[in-house]
Design a protein around this ligand. Structure first.
Ligand SMILES: [Zn+2]
Length: 308
């Protein structure tokens, strides 16, 4: 049985964002139901050992809020977390690693490009490589993350390349892993080896190509990039000068948006993830939310668990 917990559903900054007075952030300061931490999920095939997909800056808060990830009863030092799989090198995907520096052994799985970013930033040396192994993963090469004793986890993960962008803080800089962009944005297929149940995880995606459509068609469950409702949302709201595309994120709406592009593909359950606080679909009564829900999409709440 594959268990999935949504630790956080928000894009960078979370909801509310510390320095934001947009309508969603304003409302979220007084309405706890609207609050959301930065995107990450936890997965497990046995219910005892868990893997995080991305480690958000809100990880500490997420771990406190998630009983499935608390230390086992009666154990002085313990964590059910056996590993972290990184799908990109953005701050909102890697900063949480710094909150896991207290000596529990686990493995970081990431593409060589993302591992090179960790290596180039000496602050990540706080994760002693004797305890915290770093293992490269490759596009189109399925792997099975292992438990701390080396035994198989029962989960098969297939990383694949997704149209996207490199990390913001590397724009105009030399990428420590080279400039070919390979591995900067990964999607994952996560499969329970015992039951063959699977789902897809794409926290960032700039475009739904025909290849991606055929990959996702018929999938029982997808988590998909829901950063912005419309491409020029940040500009229109006076919140920034970047488009969704400029940040490597497809919009939810519009002719080439995620809702339209992923319709009629026989996907069982569609859940948006990595939703920016500027996105009006976060508001339960908004017309945008209604459009998304009518098209079969769900806006998740933190802590939600799904079993496959
Ligand atoms: Zn805001």
């Amino acid at each position: 049985m594959l268990r999935v917990v949504v630790l956080g559903a928000a894009a960078g900054g979370g909801v509310p964002q510390w320095n934001c007075g947009c309508p969603v952030c304003l409302k979220a300061r007084t309405d706890p139901d609207l609050r959301s931490t930065q995107a990450s999920i936890a997965i497990s095939a046995d219910g005892d050992h868990w893997f995080l997909i991305n480690a958000s800056p809100d990880l500490r808060q997420q771990l406190i809020a998630t009983p499935q990830l608390h230390p086992g009863a009666g154990k002085l030092r313990h964590s059910p977390i056996a590993g972290v799989i990184l799908t990109n090198g953005e701050i909102d995907a890697v900063a949480g690693l710094l909150s896991m520096r207290e000596g529990w052994p686990f493995t970081i799985y990431a593409h060589a490009n993302v591992l090179s970013i960790l290596k180039a930033n000496s602050i990540f040396n706080v994760l002693n490589e004797k305890n915290v192994r770093r293992q490269g993963i490759d596009v189109n090469a399925a792997f099975e993350p292992t438990l701390p004793d080396g035994s198989p986890s029962g989960i098969e993960i297939l990383p694949f390349a997704v149209p996207g962008k490199g990390a913001w803080y590397l724009e105009g800089k030399v990428h420590p892993g080279g400039d070919d962009g390979a591995g900067d944005t990964l999607g994952l297929r996560v499969r329970d080896r015992a039951t063959d149940k699977y789902f897809y995880f794409l926290a960032a995606c700039a475009e739904v190509t025909d290849d991606l459509k055929s990959r996702l068609a018929g999938s029982p469950l997808i988590f998909f990039d829901g950063t912005v409702w419309r491409d020029d949302e940040l500009i229109l709201a006076g919140l920034g000068d970047k488009t969704g595309q400029g940040m490597g994120h497809i919009a939810m709406s519009g002719e080439h948006g995620a809702i339209e592009a992923l319709a009629h593909l026989g996907i069982g359950r569609k859940i948006f993830l990595h939703i920016n606080n500027s996105n009006p679909a976060l508001l339960g009564a908004s017309p945008e939310r209604k459009i998304a829900e009518r098209a079969g999409w769900q806006i998740p709440i933190d802590g939600m668990e799904i079993t496959l």
